[in-house]
Write a protein that binds this ligand. Sequence first.
Ligand code: NAD
Ligand code: UDP
Length: 315
Amino acid sequence: MKKILVTGGAGFIGSHLCERLLAEGHKIICLDNLSTGSLANLKHLGSNKYFQFIEHDLIEPFFVEVDEIYNLACPASPLHYQSAPLKTIKTCVYGVINMLELAKKTGAKILQASTSEVYGDPQLHPQPETCWGYVNPIGVRSCYDEGKRIAETLFFDYYRQYQVKIKVIRIFNTYGPRMHPYDGRVVSNFIVQALKGEDLTVYGDGSQTRSFCFIDDLLEGMVRLMQSEAEVRGPLNIGNPKEISILALAEKIMELTNSSARIIFQPLPEDDPQKRRPDIAVAKQKLKWEPLVPLEEGLRKTIAYFRKLALGKNR
Ligand code: NAD
Ligand code: UDP
């Protein structure tokens, strides 16, 4: 049994990760400031004696003896990270330093949840890990994009200077049950709008693309990276290479929900990347990993989750 710290464990991905690691027989300490996550995501784990929740803000130091750290704490939706940009940066810098210091003191392995946003509006398509990115350093998305880039730098400097055992995963758009219904991300937005019979809000003309990975596939890649040999540090792309335009996604969700809603077009947000698709050759080779859940199957499961939520008339 390993003792594992999961930061951001009350969020969408973190809560699934806590659940999976518990099922594998480990002892989990979940750290979260509940800024975008929720205790409701952990309700079913509360009675497990190997699970402990601690409300804590990562920008303050924290000490506990652990074997592994999954560092997921950070708001992930553009709506949330842009609503408190300085807090986002502090979480990516102070928070990450605090966790790396903890790994240095305890000798724990540490995995950073990085993001495809480090590629910005990519010049290479699909994006391999060798792509250095095309990121606006002063735009509204920069607090997150540049925050996650400096977090990667910190990870590699702690490795070079102190030999901290690091793993860096670059997560591409992931979706599934327990996404926040109102954090503005496209899959949850479209499903909630379709179920409520509201217009589906496509930004721009909907020709921009994303590649959506179901939560179970992401977790498998994440856990395999943590368990991989020490030389496999990443950064490693984990995502589903099947690319879809945002307009086609809206149409697919209308079809799967039998919605009578309409699609409407709204202005494209600033610095919205035009295309995004992971090159996963390295994950295939090093982790023997590739995604297994087709978009339609994952969307059906996600829609079933949102159908059970009490979605009020308003937000
Ligand atoms: P989420 O918002 O659901 O979860 C983030 C969690 O971190 C929340 O529970 C929040 O309360 C917590 N948190 C935020 N700031 C904190 C702080 N200062 N101290 C303690 N806790 C804090 O988002 P998610 O989709 O589950 O994302 C988890 C991680 O994965 C994030 O680091 C995100 O950047 C990364 N990621 C996610 C995606 C995706 O598509 N979901 C894509 C790329 C990267
Ligand atoms: N998007 C959209 N309508 C929405 C929410 C998002 O058209 O209601 C678009 C958004 O402009 C972007 C894509 O969907 O092009 C993915 O947005 P999301 O916020 O989910 O993730 P990210 O931009 O970080 O990839």
